[in-house]
Design a protein around this ligand. Structure first.
Ligand SMILES: C[S@@+](CC[C@H](N)C(=O)[O-])C[C@H]1O[C@@H](n2cnc3c(N)ncnc32)[C@H](O)[C@@H]1O
Length: 218
């Protein structure tokens, strides 16, 4: 019985009531934890799964100027919270890419049960480095990986965008932006907005600053 309750992340759901409210409203289940792997400095370092607080996602996407014709991609989507939030805000297509099979499958289950199941929402069980970013206009990253993978993801995005001769900039909403220096030094992104870490009353969720970047390749 106890382990069943633990599996359902009961304490997090009680202590983060606003996030529980949004999960219920969207008909999904995104509380959870999955360990990461490696250490800072390793190429393969990737971060554990914890979901972004909904308020941080909504604020970041507003700051990034989310539009109805955006193709939104969460790079390291976990159980898909940001993907559903972006779809709820009205993007044309919302997709999530997740390396850990168990998380990617649970995100797919969420897509089947969600109240947004008639919207264009897709989850991919794969490494971001294998994902085609040519159509993405707004990417979301909640500190999923370290410097090396970030640099490789940016190179991949640049390559993919050239294959279609992209006509719109790529914006990146980057929460807990540990690798801002990689974006700055890439030579094709400019920092367009910043939001400080915000406190949320009645919640134990961790909050982080956000930076918004826009590509200069068009
Ligand atoms: C901090 S969690 C963020 C989850 C989600 N974006 C959110 O905000 O709720 C980072 C996630 O990125 C995933 N991840 C890390 N490296 C990845 C990679 N190279 N490709 C795909 N997913 C990755 C991890 O497995 C983890 O689920």
């Amino acid at each position: 019985m106890l382990s069943k309750l633990r599996n359902r992340n009961l304490s997090a759901r009680l202590l983060q009531p606003a996030d529980e409210f949004w999960d219920q409203r969207l008909g999904i289940s995104t509380f959870g934890y999955h360990p990461g792997s490696g250490d800072p400095g390793d190429r393969e370092w990737y971060l554990h799964y914890i979901p972004s607080p909904y308020r941080d996602i909504f604020d970041a996407l507003k700051l990034a100027g989310l539009r109805q014709d955006d193709v939104f991609t969460d790079l390291g989507c976990g159980l898909g919270r940001a993907v559903f939030a972006a779809s709820h805000m009205g993007v044309k297509r919302a997709e999530g890419v997740e390396l850990v099979p168990k998380l990617a499958r649970q995100a797919q289950d969420n897509a089947r049960t969600s109240r947004l199941r008639d919207r264009h929402i897709v989850f991919f069980e794969r490494n971001c480095l294998e994902h085609d970013l040519s159509a993405t206009t707004l990417a979301y990253i909640f500190h999923s990986f370290g410097h090396q993978i970030m640099a490789e993801v940016l190179d991949k995005a640049r390559h993919d965008r050239r294959t279609i001769d992209a006509r719109r900039p790529l914006r990146i909403a980057y929460v807990n932006p540990v690798c801002n220096d990689v974006l700055r030094d890439s030579g094709w992104f400019r920092r367009v907005a910043d939001a400080p870490e915000k406190r949320q009353w009645l919640s134990t969720a961790f909050h982080y600053p956000t930076t918004i970047w826009e590509s200069t390749d068009i």
